[in-house]
Design a protein around this ligand. Structure first.
Ligand SMILES: NC(=O)c1ccc[n+]([C@@H]2O[C@H](COP(=O)([O-])OP(=O)(O)OC[C@H]3O[C@@H](n4cnc5c(N)ncnc54)[C@H](OP(=O)(O)O)[C@@H]3O)[C@@H](O)[C@H]2O)c1
Length: 322
């Protein structure tokens, strides 16, 4: 009996030590955006700014004087986020505007409403994302949900926002991706089939969407050369948000012990939004506020092929709708 108790105590101590070391590692490696830099009157659009990493990014940029538009799909959640930021930051310049990334029509409405209210956008943060590997479903545009929300819609939104970014002195596009892009498998010539296929599960659909986002970010940066607009890709780390919620107690314990807080997870997006290096680096991969080398998405010909195929697929979907 006493042996069993000793074993249990040893296991408990090992888990606590591991948790402590993991927390310490997260604290030491998690980058921090410069706390003193202000971005007064910069106009920022953050998709999915009502929750998780997006909300923390919106809150922080409001504290630094930016005018932030929280673009999200649910009116109640959007208005609540706006209220919460106003409570935390006196004179916050924050507004919620509806945007549903499951719908190209909603993107068009958002851009037209935004353009009638604001003359330019300085920073576009494509932050919203979902992970539905176990539940493949089609959107109203007849596209697989994760692929549309994480890739096709940011592509289309950005395309429509470019004229407004061009009116900024230093336009920045920040695409929130994931290190899981490394596990993505993309065959560009079969892209149309991939987004049509909702038969069963696809454990890779999230990674695939983040690889597509990475390839597009690289090509976007090339296309924007000489315009003064930069486009970069961010991996926020493993972050305790709704995205990584699960029913598994062990997984939730792991997340509780090892994951970053949403504030910590927002640091790299904030760093790119406020820091001058965001002006000179384009097409970069950022993690913990560091510009790291790309491991995938390096084939320029394939990135270009993806761009053309994506434009074709989106145009087809929009034509079918009308
Ligand atoms: N958490 C992590 O460990 C982790 C790791 C790597 C990368 N990321 C990336 O970080 C980004 C932010 O995720 P998070 O962790 O902060 O997750 P989150 O708390 O679940 O937030 C996701 C946001 O996206 C919005 N969204 C989802 N579908 C949408 C749609 N159709 N139209 C408009 N908005 C939509 C959500 O709105 P609702 O509130 O209405 O659902 C929410 O505001 C994502 O791109 C994610 O892939 C996260």
């Amino acid at each position: 009996m006493s042996f069993l108790i000793s074993v249990l105590l040893a296991v408990l101590c090992a888990v606590l030590l591991w948790a402590l070391l993991t927390k310490l590692f997260t604290l030491l490696t998690c980058g921090h955006a410069d706390l003193t830099r202000r971005v007064d009157d910069k106009i920022v659009v953050i998709t999915g700014g009502n929750a998780g990493i997006g909300f923390e990014t919106a809150l922080d940029l409001c504290k630094r004087g930016a005018c932030v538009v929280i673009a999200c799909r649910d009116v109640k959640r959007g208005e609540k986020a706006e209220r919460d930021i106003r409570k935390a930051v006196s004179n916050a310049k924050v507004n919620f505007m509806p945007l549903d990334l499951f719908s190209f029509k909603s993107i068009e409405r958002f851009v037209s409403a935004f353009a009638s209210r604001y003359a330019k956008v300085d920073i576009l943060i494509n932050n919203a994302g979902i992970m539905q590997n176990d539940k493949l479903e089609l959107t109203g545009d007849m596209m697989e949900q994760t692929l549309q929300a994480n890739y096709f819609s940011p592509f289309y939104l950005t395309k429509l926002m470019i004229p407004l970014l061009e009116k900024s002195q230093q336009g920045r596009i920040i695409n929130v991706g994931s290190m899981l892009y490394l596990a993505g498998k993309v065959n560009v010539s079969k892209l149309a089939d991939l987004q049509n296929d909702i038969s069963g599960k696809n454990p890779d659909v999230y990674s695939d969407s983040k690889l597509l986002l990475a390839m597009w970010t690289r090509q976007l940066a090339r296309r924007l050369t000489g315009t003064g607009i930069t486009a970069n890709y961010v991996h926020p780390g493993l972050v305790k948000t709704k995205l990584v919620n699960s029913n598994s107690i062990i997984w939730n314990l792991f997340i509780w012990l090892a994951a970053k807080s949403p504030y910590q997870g927002a640091q790299t997006s904030i760093h790119l939004a406020i820091h001058p290096t965001g002006l000179s680096v384009s097409g970069g991969y950022f993690q913990d506020c560091w510009n790291l080398p790309w491991i995938r998405a390096r084939d320029q010909a394939q990135n270009l092929e993806l761009w053309n195929e994506t434009e074709r697929i989106i145009a087809d979907r929009i034509a079918e709708r009308s």
